[in-house]
Design a protein around this ligand. Structure first.
Ligand code: PLP
Ligand code: ZN
Length: 443
């Protein structure tokens, strides 16, 4: 049997390979992005059917590390990381929520939300962070790598995940946040885990520029998704969704996107399932952006393959308020391979979509609101037909965005709140409460 192995290679195809334990983030020849490249010949020694069966026997079982949805697919993620180096919170295995009432309202037949926010730190970032921190842990133990700290720039969720996984492994963490642009929960999470939290008077793109320079000087190990180790963990969401649909991939994936790493991850997951005979066709992809931070949308509309940076304006969808997406070339490839489209949602549209979904029992973060608003448009326009099977990736828990939710229902946001629902305050008097019920319960 050929051993399974994965290495870093240049995403643009320059020759050369580098071990995954090396602190390397750009191709030394062209300065472009790297990718993790698996030995498909070695993986192909097992049939597609056999891979499905193996993944099924592990899924959500108690045996370490297969209780994690990511490590249940370990051969496809990081075949060389041994059990004792794995840093996990049992990420993955999240709910594929059947959104029947919302689907009915829209006249759709099949709609699911993949609730990636049902996770240890409340966002899909856990899926990538378990992979990255485990590899760093492995490299440090082997003596291949010495790190002063693992670090990231973040719109809030990456830093929460990195701080948690770093704390579990006992590795020092530094996070750079745009001052005043993350939610309270997102700020408290890395503080609670003992990370060094540095709030910079800039936006995410400004934080990213600083962290890149710190990493280039060798002062920190870079945990942003420019580092493709993250993408390896995140790609399992594509596999997991397919598994949850009895290995019939959906027709569409709708994905709220900022830095575009997750778009690359979804593509990598579906690509690998195709290459290894697990599925025979890829779903189509909708990259959903906030209109206030829409560089990918602009490139798409103008038919450009080069995504040029824009100055991101403030958005309620703060985790995707990014004007200079690092993984743009990866996302362009994903859109091509998955017959993708790019759509955008205004602040009003995203807030209304989130509130509308909540009325059907969901509890959506603003980014999921962006995805839903974009899906509404694509259905209206007929790009998505009502009998197609659609999965919306819900990237974070609504519980992390209480300011957004409360602001909406108190009608204190900068957008009209068509579905605001306010508490009624009255004395503790049965007659008055009964009278209030008579006058109607809001629906
Ligand atoms: C990080 C994040 C995104 C965007 O993912 P990218 O890989 O940067 O495109 C979307 N939603 C939430 C909640 C996030 O935390
Ligand atoms: Zn190169």
């Amino acid at each position: 049997m050929k051993p399974m192995r994965a290495v870093f290679r240049c995403f643009a195809g320059c020759s050369g390979e580098f071990p995954l334990t090396q602190a390397i983030y750009r191709c030394p020849k062209c300065d472009g992005l790297l990718e993790v490249s698996h030995d498909l010949e070695a993986l192909g020694q097992r049939s597609g059917e056999a891979w499905k069966n193996l993944f099924e026997t592990r899924y959500k079982k108690s045996q370490f590390p297969y209780s994690s949805g990511v490590w249940g697919k370990r051969e496809w993620v990081m075949p060389q990381v041994p059990d004792e180096s794995i840093v996990t919170t049992n990420e993955g295995g999240s709910n594929l929520f059947p959104a029947k009432r919302l689907a009915n309202e829209l006249g759709m037949k099949h709609l699911w939300l993949k609730l990636c926010g049902d996770s240890h730190t409340g966002s899909f970032k856990d899926l990538g962070m378990t992979a990255l921190v485990s590899m760093v842990n492995h490299a440090v133990k082997k003596g291949d790598l010495s790190v002063r700290a693992i670090a990231c720039a973040s719109t809030g969720d990456t830093s929460a995940a990195l701080a948690a996984y770093g704390a579990i492994a006992g590795l020092p963490v530094v996070v750079l946040l745009p001052n005043g642009l993350v939610s309270t929960a997102q700020l408290v999470q890395p503080l609670a885990h003992g990370a060094k939290v540095i709030a910079l008077d800039t936006d995410f793109d400004g934080c990213m520029a600083v962290i890149r320079e710190l990493a280039a000087r060798g002062l920190v190990y870079l945990a942003n998704s420019m580092n493709p180790l993250r993408i390896e963990g995140q790609k399992t969401v594509a596999i997991e969704v397919t598994q949850q649909l009895d290995w019939n991939p959906p027709d569409w994936i709708i994905l709220p996107s900022g830095n575009l790493g997750n778009a690359a991850a979804l593509h990598a997951g579906f690509r690998m399932m195709c290459d290894l005979g697990v599925i025979s066709k890829m779903p189509r992809l909708c990259v959903a952006q906030a209109e206030n931070a829409n560089p990918m949308y602009r490139a798409y509309v103008e038919g450009r393959e080069i995504v040029t940076a824009v100055a991101a304006k403030k958005s309620l969808a703060s985790a995707i308020q990014i004007g200079n997406p690092v993984s743009a070339p990866r996302a362009v490839a994903a859109l091509k391979a998955m017959r993708g489209v790019v759509e955008q949602a205004s602040e009003e549209e995203l807030a209304d979509a989130a509130a509308r979904a909540d009325r059907t029992g969901l509890y959506t973060c603003p980014h999921t609101g962006v995805a839903l608003a974009c899906m509404f448009k694509l259905i209206e326009r007929g790009t998505i037909s009502r009998d197609e099977r659609v999965v919306v990736i819900s990237t974070a828990s609504g519980l992390k965005f209480t300011e957004f939710k409360l602001g909406y229902h108190e009608a204190s946001l900068a957008v009209p709140a068509h579905r605001a629902n306010r508490p009624v305050v009255m004395p503790a008097d049965v007659e008055q409460v009964a009278a209030a019920l008579e006058s109607g319960v809001s629906s």
